[in-house]
Design a protein around this ligand. Structure first.
Ligand code: NDP
Length: 295
């Protein structure tokens, strides 16, 4: 049986980072602007520490300034808000990312909405969510942008295609659905209360799984030839007592039905930081009233 083409997010992200580095060099040379990204980490969550380290490294590799702010777990909400206010007013900082999750005593929504919308490179601020929903230029959440870039790379023009997004979170499901709508797809958003989920999924020319349940989407849920984008990152028990990463799609089954599919790891995951860097360049241009270069 013919297998689906693998969508190589790692290679795509590497070439995107190369184009970002070229754009950054141009901004420095022609406008004396060095985009700067500030990342704020509260507490010692090990996964968050790895993300923050990778973000800092890749920001510097693209020629941008990286500012890391590591705060103690018991930092008060007021102190965190004061730091964000300082970063909002710092001309060297064009993008601010507050690593989630935050400790329980801090109101995440309040913090997200305290970041200046012009520097909200995560695209989580209510103003950017509203701009996206109403078709206005916005800083858009990184993982959803990465998903749509990969789908366009695999399929070309998405106009008129049936897209099914499984998951309706504010950080993945809803924004990816908005982006697909902007590409003129016919979009269905499915979630935990959706009836006959397998049937709904089988309608999809583009199937996006953002659920957080390991290998939930079975091969029999996939329409023959569909493009499957798996956002899930789940750690499960593997061989020899080791754990391994799997997506929300049963890859071994779906690869025999789909036309193209992202692996986990190496699919959507690497796109997130690349899109964060791209958003930072975009923010730096918009703040300085300079045209955003092609990336
Ligand atoms: P959330 O937990 O916020 O949302 C999960 C969504 O899936 C909800 O809308 C929920 O529905 C839906 N859902 C849960 N169970 C079912 C089910 N049995 N059937 C149908 N729908 C279901 O997750 P996120 O959106 O934050 O993340 C989703 C996945 O993507 C996770 O695996 C996460 O690790 C990964 N991720 C990867 C990123 C990357 O690649 N860089 C970035 C962000 C996330 P309901 O609303 O009804 O509860």
């Amino acid at each position: 049986m013919a297998k689906a083409a693998l969508i190589d997010g790692k290679a795509f992200a590497t070439s995107l980072r190369g184009r970002i580095a070229t754009a950054v060099a141009g901004l420095k040379k022609n406008h004396d602007i060095t985009p700067g990204l500030a990342v704020v980490l509260v507490g010692e969550d090990p996964a968050s520490q790895v993300y923050v380290r990778n973000k800092g490294k890749q920001t510097a590799e693209a020629g941008m300034n990286s500012y890391e702010h590591k705060l103690e777990t018991d930092t008060s909400e007021a102190d965190l808000l004061a730091l964000i206010e300082k970063l909002n007013n710092d001309d060297k900082v064009h993008g601010i990312l507050v690593q989630l999750p935050l400790p329980d005593h801090i109101d995440e929504t309040k913090v997200i909405n305290s970041v200046s919308p012009d520097k909200d490179v995560d695209g989580f601020h209510i103003i950017n969510a509203g701009r996206l929903a109403t078709g206005q230029p916005a800083l858009t959440s990184c993982t959803p942008v990465g998903c749509v870039m990969l789908a366009k790379d695999a399929l070309g023009n998405l106009s008129g295609l049936e897209a099914v997004v499984v998951g309706r979170s504010n950080i993945v499901g809803k924004p990816v659905a908005q982006l697909l709508l902007a590409e003129n797809c016919t979009v269905t958003i499915a979630h935990s209360r959706t009836k006959n989920l397998d049937e709904v999924c089988r309608r999809a020319d583009i199937l996006i799984a953002a659920v957080g349940r390991p290998q939930m989407v079975k091969g029999s849920w996939v329409k023959k030839g569909a493009c499957v984008i798996d956002v899930g990152i789940n750690r499960i028990d593997g061989e020899n007592g080791k754990t391994r990463l799997v997506g929300d799609v049963d890859f071994d089954e779906a690869v025999n039905v789909a036309g193209s599919i992202t692996p986990v790891p190496g699919g959507v995951g690497p796109m997130t930081i690349a899109c964060l860097l791209r958003n930072t360049v975009q923010a730096a241009c918009m703040i300085n009233d300079v045209p955003v270069p092609e990336m």
